[in-house]
Design a binder for this molecule. Sequence first.
Ligand SMILES: [Zn+2]
Length: 349
Amino acid sequence: MLKGGLVVVGQHVVAVGPLAELQQSYPEAPLIRKGRALTPPVVNAHTHLDLSTVPYFRGGYPGFIRHVIDHSAERTVEAAMRGLHELRALGVGGFGDIAYRPEVAEWLLENSPLPGVVYLEVINRNPLQAEEVARRVARRLSEWRARDSQVRVGISPHTPYNVSPELLKKLVEIGRLEGFPLQMHVAESPEETELMTQGSGPLQEIPRQYGFPAYQALPGLTPVRYLAELGVLGPHLTLVHGVQVDEEEVQMLAQSGTLVVACPRSNEALACGQMPWDLYLKHRLEPALGTDSRSSSPDLDVRNEALFLWEQVDPRVLVRAATRSGYRVLGLEMPRITRGTPVSQVQSW
Ligand SMILES: [Zn+2]
């Protein structure tokens, strides 16, 4: 692979280019070897900062859902503060966060020095409540949007099976009309596919176990086909995970302009399988990277997600996933490394 470099004088970059050319132009400059890549600050496009104090879990996806439900009281502002502190220490350029409680979203809006999007999570399976829930979400987000903040607000319908189709359509309509981005966990685990296509499997046990309302009639379609049928795919939607997909589904995502975030270490921890990167790249859909939460990832550093895949996926794609594709998901412009860039804005991998 071509070796690149930067010439630094004082605290600023003065030249960028292939190493051999830089050495010709600056023969006196001492060579300091860095790691695998030098990039603008990376982006963590999907996390849940409010799960930062919940213990790391390894095991099947249904067990993980129980683990998160059992620890839901810990999803507090204090936990989100800890997560935000970790992101700041890593020097990320932006983050996409799912907030389970409105007060966590409000705290991030008021206190985050980092840019990004905080998506308010919505879970409601009762179609009779769709109108009321959608109205409440729209009102809240309009009010939040009026605030002066580094962070934009968005909507996160939890999963295809945890939001009624009536509510999902309304939320996507609000997002499209009002310009609120959406992020949703889709096609993450084999158990999700079994639930959606056959209405059976271990996820069915969870509402029963906790006394929650049962799942409504399930569509008999895979998660991505179901979303396509509802007409909710598109560039306003970021699909998180996209592991359990076939080529036709990847094509549906690519053609609709839906954005995708991969969380490979979480997928491995929860026995969800591996995202088919080759299919996504074949259809010119480059996923971004997220760590998911500290409850299924050992840290919040997306560079470690990329390194986890370093031998399997073209490293140039992985570097773009942690930078360019991540900024795109958040609707932020990616800073360029150029003459005059402060060295503090260059990340070494
Ligand atoms: Zn997640």
